[in-house]
Design a protein around this ligand. Structure first.
Ligand code: LLP
Length: 409
């Protein structure tokens, strides 16, 4: 898509950059809403719950928007639970994943009355039993099983293979379910599986689901009735030239496998709902010609958007306004003192110092993975709604960065 002047809904990105300065994350309410509604459209008539994976974008405004659309949430920490509650999310629609749930986090989740714990180990099951007994409560659980399928994605974000830390080994699941069914303060409710992220083919999802359904049947034969199947998240998006399955194809394929079963289905999409609903706006500080490469040094860096440095991830980068400058090939880099601090390699752009760029597909795992490395204040976040621009997170102030610190007496 080539625009002369890039817009988010009815607002020119240039106006946002001028008014709110840079770096700034810009999200579109319409794009967020549309993504959620499109995902949901394939599930009409099916008992389901879409649990947005909070880690992809934990902004209160975005969580609140999804809550208003009826979403539930997939959380992985007590902090994310607190955010969901602060954003008006319904705790009865929350599932709690993650391999390291602490006593305090389990207690907070039981007290909030979440929908289900996605249990990732035998010892975690014991711990949940212990905390629930102490509180006089019953904990609804699923076991997160590891189906050992290859999600064919980046190794850092593939989670369903035998050799990673997630979930209960498939071979151990039956035995652990039998144990769970005996525990007095545990209510065996479902089964859960999440195999990875940025998955661009249907087959890994379906292979995993086949295995899960085999387990569900084996459990039924033992008198353990599974009421919901959580198929996890992981649907990819287009950053460059990827062709992930569209939502309709994905949900149809899943539902087809579930045909004839009286079961609720849960989804945990993160990236697919927010990734392409956000851009990161940045300003060109310097153009620096080099012997073998030309650098465009921008005011956003790896601390703002870590994905290129961490995964060598590709994000499209465009100028947001037309320019009379000569197009040249640039390394797009930030001010952080690391050679790995880049946002894009070999990008042909017609730009001058002071121009603004949009780094695309930045709505997922952008701000949520930002840090203060190099004592850089984190970016502002705005959400565009039609012609209105709402600041949903003010730019961090430098003084805030060390307000918890003390020098020695
Ligand atoms: N459910 C569980 C249990 C997860 O671990 C994840 C993501 C999701 C759902 C959501 O997955 P999604 O639909 O967003 O693919 N930082 C990496 C991605 C890490 C994903 C971790 N788990 C990135 O920037 O690509």
């Amino acid at each position: 898509m080539q625009h002369d002047l890039l817009h988010a809904e009815n607002v020119a990105l240039r106006d946002i950059a001028r008014q709110h300065e840079t770096p700034t994350y810009v999200y579109s309410r319409a794009a967020l809403t549309q993504a959620f509604e499109r995902f949901q459209a394939g599930l009409i008539g099916q008992n389901h719950l879409i649990c947005f994976a909070v880690k992809a974008n934990p902004s209160l405004a975005i969580l609140n928007l999804f809550a208003r659309l009826g979403a539930g949430f997939d959380i992985v920490s007590g902090g994310e639970l607190a955010r969901v509650l602060a954003a008006g999310g319904d705790p009865k629609k929350v599932v709690f994943s993650g391999v390291g749930k602490s006593h305090a986090e389990i207690q907070a989740a039981l007290e909030a009355g979440i929908f289900c714990f996605n249990v990732e180990s035998a010892n975690e099951l014991d711990r949940i039993q212990e905390v629930a007994a102490r509180l006089g409560k019953t904990a609804p659980v699923s076991l997160r099983v590891n189906p050992n399928v290859d999600a064919k994605t980046h190794p850092y974000i593939s989670t369903g293979l035998k050799n990673n830390k997630f979930g209960v080994a498939f071979e151990d699941a039956l035995r652990l379910y039998e144990k769970a069914a005996q525990l007095p303060n545990i209510d065996v409710h479902g089964v859960d599986c999440h195999i990875g992220s940025q998955i661009t083919e249907l087959s890994p999802f379906l292979d995993a689901l086949d295995k899960v359904l085999g387990l569900v049947d084996a459990l039924a034969a033992k008198g353990i009735h599974i009421q919901h199947i959580d198929v996890g998240g992981g649907v990819g998006i287009t950053y460059n030239d990827e062709t992930p399955p569209d939502f309709a194809a994905y949900t149809a394929a899943i539902l087809q496998k579930l045909a004839g079963r009286d079961v609720k289905v849960l989804f945990e999409p993160g990236r697919a709902l927010v990734g392409n609903a956000g851009v990161l706006l940045t300003k060109v500080e310097y153009l620096k010609p080099g012997e073998s490469k030309n650098f465009a040094i921008v005011d956003a860096a790896m601390n703002d958007l870590m994905r290129p440095a961490l995964y060598d991830a590709y994000h499209n980068i465009t100028a947001i306004a037309p320019s009379t400058a000569q197009a040249q090939v640039y390394e797009i880099v930030g001010p952080v003192c690391e050679s790995g601090d880049f946002l894009g390699h070999d990008r042909s752009l017609a730009i001058a110092e002071g121009d603004y760029l949009a780094i695309h597909s930045a709505g997922a795992y952008g701000m949520s993975m930002a840090s203060n490395y190099n004592t850089r204040a984190r970016a502002a976040e705005v959400l565009v709604d039609g012609a209105e621009v709402h600041v949903i997170r003010a730019r961090e102030q430098i003084a805030d960065l060390f307000k918890l610190e003390r020098t020695l007496p």
